[in-house]
Design a protein around this ligand. Structure first.
Ligand SMILES: [Zn+2]
Length: 262
C-alpha cells in the first residue's frame, strides 16, 4: 500500500493515467507502457471482481432490498433521491454500514487470493474484518434495551461465529494441520459475525460442495499431486460468503418451502 504503484518487472513508477482499473490494462494491450512486458491477467481480474462486488453490494445488499431499490430501478430519479444522504431512509449510518461492508469484501478478496497463491490466511486482515463485522452487528441493532430483543438479535451471531470455527479448529488440531490451516478457523469467525444465522450454513454448505468438487477435479482429472498438502480452503470459504450474502435469503426461503413445508 505504501508509495506509488510501479511495474513489478521494470520497477518504473506508473503515471496516474496508467492506474484506471481495467481501462488502462485494455488500452495498453495488457503490457507495461515502459518495458512492454506482459502484465499478469490477475490484476484486471481482481479489479473486475472488486468492481462487480461493489456494484452488487450497493444494489443488492440487504439495505437496498430494505429500501425496495430493486423495484425503483425503473425510475432513475427515484434511485437518485434514495441515494441522497438527506433521505431519511438512507441515513448516514446506512452509508457507514455499506462502506464497512465494502471494506470487508475487499479484505475477503485479498485473503482468498493470498490463500490461493501461498496457502496462508492473512490473519491480521481477517481480525480487522472480524472487528468491522462486529461494528456492523451493533449498527444493525434497533431493539433498544429489551433483554429478549438483545438475546434474540445477538445470540445467533455469537453461535454462528463460535460453532463452525470450533469445528474447523478441531479438524486443524486433530489432523495436526494436515486437513486445514489454523487460519481457516479465524476466517470462520469472521464469516459467522458477518453473515449470522442461517446464512452461515449456506456459506459452509457452498464452500464444502465446491471445494470437494475442485479437489476431485485436481486428483482425478488434472492428476495433480497425491493430496500431499490440503487444497487451500480460504477461496472456497470466501466464495461461500458471496453465495450466502447475495443469494442466501433466496436459498433459505426456497429450502424452507421445499423441505420443511413451512
Ligand atoms: Zn515495466
Amino acid at each position: 500500500m505504501a508509495g506509488r504503484s510501479f511495474c513489478p518487472h521494470c520497477k518504473h513508477q506508473l503515471a496516474w493515467y496508467d492506474l484506471f482499473p481495467l481501462l488502462s490494462f485494455a488500452f495498453l494491450g495488457g503490457k507495461c507502457r515502459y518495458c512492454k512486458k506482459k502484465i499478469s491477467w490477475q490484476y484486471p481480474l481482481i479489479e473486475l471482481v472488486t468492481g462487480l462486488t461493489f456494484s452488487a453490494v450497493l444494489f443488492f445488499s440487504p439495505f437496498a432490498v430494505f429500501l425496495n431499490l430493486n423495484q425503483q430501478i425503473g425510475n432513475p430519479t427515484n434511485v437518485l433521491r434514495l441515494l441522497m444522504p438527506t433521505n431519511s431512509y438512507f441515513s448516514f449510518m446506512n452509508w457507514v454500514s455499506i462502506l464497512i461492508t465494502l471494506i470487508i469484501f475487499s479484505i475477503l478478496i485479498l485473503v482468498a487470493l493470498h490463500d490461493a497463491k501461498t496457502g496462508y490466511i492473512l490473519s491480521i486482515y481477517v481480525f480487522v474484518a472480524a472487528f468491522l463485522a462486529l461494528v456492523l452487528i451493533f449498527l444493525g441493532y434497533q431493539g433498544g434495551l429489551d433483554a429478549t430483543m438483545i438475546t434474540s438479535y445477538f445470540f445467533p451471531f455469537i453461535w454462528s461465529a463460535i460453532v463452525p470455527a470450533s469445528i474447523l479448529f478441531s479438524l486443524y488440531f486433530f489432523s495436526k494441520g494436515k486437513w486445514m490451516g489454523a487460519g481457516d478457523s479465524e476466517l470462520a469467525v469472521l464469516m459467522g459475525l458477518f453473515l449470522g444465522f442461517p446464512l452461515i450454513l449456506v456459506s459452509f454448505y457452498t464452500a464444502f460442495i465446491v471445494g470437494s468438487i475442485w479437489s476431485l477435479i485436481l486428483v482425478y482429472v488434472a492428476k495433480k499431486a497425491k493430496m500431499k498438502s490440503a487444497v487451500p480452503l480460504g477461496p472456497f470459504l470466501v466464495l461461500g460468503v458471496y453465495v450466502a450474502y447475495f443469494l442466501g435469503p433466496l436459498l433459505v426461503d426456497f429450502y424452507v418451502k421445499m423441505f420443511l413445508g413451512a
